[in-house]
Ligand binder design. Structure first.
Ligand code: NAP
Ligand code: MG
Length: 403
């Protein structure tokens, strides 16, 4: 095509593993490079290349993301004992997502792709609900003890000058258990800024919930930090977009979420976010339709699918069998990244292309053409299952018309 869309700044492209690596290439070949003069800085996060570089490639890709601002990532294997054997690894490399998240200090936002025919278990959820989960501390960095009868448990903090502050936890007459938790103001501040920035980005309300009526210092600190940062840095920006920041108790939030139509971001503490994201994802229907973006407090974005490398389908693919793997979440990682690049570099054509590609893919499913996982869920009457590649070709047919 003579008039391909031109890009200014490269996207940081993080390639990955197994079936999603196959899909990655198909998406680029069928839906992107025919229309865009695709500029990327390529990092191969496939396990073999992580091994060859002693995982330096993961660190390099995160640093490139800091430099350029937008990355798109394919699902990657997090090695376990089986993988160490399968890939003859020198060591059990850490989860790339964990490494990248630590370097970017980001918050992960997960949003389902909503299509007609796949009805959420809560049918009034007509718009997506995005969950933002704080990724540091609380019960995930706890200290626990089993306590014998007739023990006294105290909280002790030793200050820099050696002085101690003590607080009685409990006088145990009978045996019991004990847990110590912590969090850091700076981590909560990063979490708050990532959430406020992302709400401005999506032009959606932000909800935040904790249990501050019971936890009057710990959870209340979260509430206060959010409130202070909002008042100082974000209130006017929210008002000018006509969106709201809304704080409520976690139990009230759950009730409101169930009664809502969706269309907002719900920020949760670490444990609440772990639980609620699985509840929301399942209620919306399919892991293969869940998108994910890591947003750093400095405004850096890394887009990906929420699912893994779909290993079982990959082994079928290797045997030469046809697979019917859903590429929607990986495709939306690309469109999210391209739209963001288009906005940052003021290339409206690029953002528009991303929107049309999303529209074409949703149309495809809503017209009854889908992969096996969705076929099992869809309530459409005229539906058919297609294989991995045909699904992308079908999207392309519709994309051509929209362009
Ligand atoms: P998975 O790749 O998410 O797949 C689990 C199952 O969910 C699949 O076998 C498939 O079910 C279904 N599924 C997931 N995505 C699908 C899609 N796009 N289309 C159709 N069906 C889909 O999880 P896993 O098999 O437990 O993990 C495989 C590897 O992924 C692991 O090495 C893990 O470390 C890695 N992982 C990476 C990330 C990441 O990079 N963000 C996240 C999670 C896991 P059926 O087999 O029933 O069809
Ligand atoms: Mg979980």
């Amino acid at each position: 095509m003579a008039d391909k869309i031109q890009m200014k700044t490269p996207l940081v492209e993080m390639d990955g593993d197994e079936m999603t690596r196959i899909i990655w290439k198909m998406i680029k070949d069928i839906l992107l490079t025919p229309y865009i003069d695709l500029k990327t800085e390529y990092y191969d996060l496939g396990l073999e290349h992580r091994e060859a570089t002693n995982d330096q490639v993961t660190i390099d890709s995160a640093n490139a993301t800091k430099k350029y601002g937008v990355a798109v990532k394919c699902a990657t294997i997090t090695p376990n004992a089986d993988r160490v054997e399968e890939y003859h690894l020198k060591q059990m490399w850490k989860s790339p997502n964990g490494t990248i998240r630590a370097l970017l200090d980001g918050t992960v936002f997960r949003t389902p792709i909503v299509v007609k025919g796949i009805t959420p278990f809560i049918p009034t959820w007509t718009k997506p609900i995005t969950i933002a989960r704080h990724a540091y501390g609380d019960v995930y960095k706890n200290t626990e003890m089993v306590v014998e009868a007739n023990s006294k448990a105290e909280l002790v903090v030793t200050k820099a000058d050696g002085s101690e502050v003590k607080e009685l936890i409990h006088e145990f007459q009978t045996p019991g258990i004990l847990q110590g938790l912590h969090n850091l103001d700076k981590s909560i501040e990063s979490f708050a800024r990532s959430c406020f920035n992302y709400a401005l980005d999506l032009k959606q309300d932000l909800w935040f919930s904790t249990k501050d009526t019971i936890s009057k210092k710990y959870d209340h600190r979260f509430k206060d930090i959010f409130s202070e940062i909002f008042e100082k840095e974000y209130k006017q920006k929210f008002e000018s977009l006509g969106i709201e920041y809304f704080y409520t108790l976690i139990d009230d939030a759950v009730a409101r979420v169930v009664r809502s139509n969706g269309g907002y971001i719900w920020a949760c503490k670490n444990y609440d976010g772990d639980v609620m994201s699985d509840m929301v994802a399942t209620a919306f229907g399919s892991l293969a339709m869940m998108t994910s973006v890591l947003v750093s407090p400095s405004g850096v974005y890394e887009y990906e699918a929420a699912h893994g490398t779909v290993q079982r389908h990959y082994y079928k693919h290797l045997k030469g069998e046809k697979t019917s793997t859903n590429s929607m979440a990986t495709l939306f990682a690309w469109t999210g990244a391209l739209r963001k690049r288009g906005e940052l570099d003021q290339i409206p054509k690029l953002a528009e292309f991303a929107n049309k590609l999303e529209q074409a893919s949703i149309q495809t499913i809503e017209q009854g053409v889908m992969t096996g996982d969705l076929y099992a869920l869809s309530s459409l009457e005229n539906k058919q299952t297609v294989d991995t590649e045909t699904f992308l070709q079908e999207i392309n047919k519709r994309l051509v018309k929209l362009l």
